[in-house]
Design a protein around this ligand. Sequence first.
Ligand SMILES: *Cc1c(COP(=O)(O)O)cnc(C)c1O
Length: 373
Amino acid sequence: MQQPSPATLAVTAGRPTVTPNAPLSPPLVLASTYVASPGSPQPGDLGYGRWTNPTWQAFEAALGALEGGSAALFASGMAAIAAVVDSVPDGGRVVVPDAAYNGTLALLRDLAERGRLDVVRVPIADTDAVRGALAAGVDLLWLETPTNPLLEVADLPAVVDAGHAAGSLVAVDNTFATPLGQTPLACGADVVVHSVTKYLSGHSDVLLGAAATRDDDLLERLLRHRTTHGAIPGTVEAWLALRGLRTLHLRVDRASANAAELARRLSGHPAVARVRHPSLPGDPGHERATRQMRGYGAIVAVELVRGAAAAEDLCRRARIWVHATSLGGVESTMERRRRHASEPDTVPESLVRLSVGVEDVDDLWSDLEQALA
Ligand SMILES: *Cc1c(COP(=O)(O)O)cnc(C)c1O
């Protein structure tokens, strides 16, 4: 039998072995402790509820299969990111995109201010600038591609190689692309992180995060961090996330097709100064994304001719689109990112980030048209 495709893995990975009269899907297991085996501890003993859980393990098996590694589930995307960042030695150096998810930047800024590590910010789509920053020494190269919310596309294979040549651990936040769009471990990245809150869960009702790696020592360190720091996933959340993951390919296909069509239509709208989406032939990330990604994702960023006030008006007037932060749900949402004081000032004041959902594309367009009018 041929190697199953990602669509098949999304449906099948992490299911229990087929047993007559047993549940087809992984059941929700609520347990703070597990009965010990005779002569315990035995290999495979579950032990205590902060160490592991069969429902977490089912999600981890599914995400690991999709990313091509072994996954560890965390309480949130930030908990997974914090666990990876914790592997940087004291006084170590971290190279990060100058505009990326603001929570990641806030965590690193906080650690830098306390003298725990040094942070160097680089324009991540500029491969020479990344190489220049790495030349001064680096312990962790943090990549996000496409970036949140500017949708900049890094040359993934080139910067992963550059990071390794400089002796660095290389981490990729794969939240925007999802494992259907790109599998950074296959490009040589050491670890991938996800805000499972977004596309992987997909229904705006769960907070979770995950990391995936092919490096057994790193996996062991991440799991130990989870156990000792206690940022463990909720079991109900893990079960809901796995339920969401089963339709990942359907949701991402539809949302990405909607996003590309809306990006094209918005490009011709007189109220719109700039549209960012890698599907657009004129987008700075178009060629790279075409080369290294499958699909272009479902986040679109627009800048409005009449500035921040017009951006706020758009969010207020929309009826089908919901004015809300976060992204990656079946529902289309939008927000002006600079309304958050923590957003990097490299993000334009008038930029509205659209998280395109799976609704009918013409309904989404007519709502945008009336809200922009
Ligand atoms: C939302 C997000 C995160 C943080 O994830 P949480 O689940 O909110 O902790 C990290 N990276 C990116 C790209 C995100 O969009």
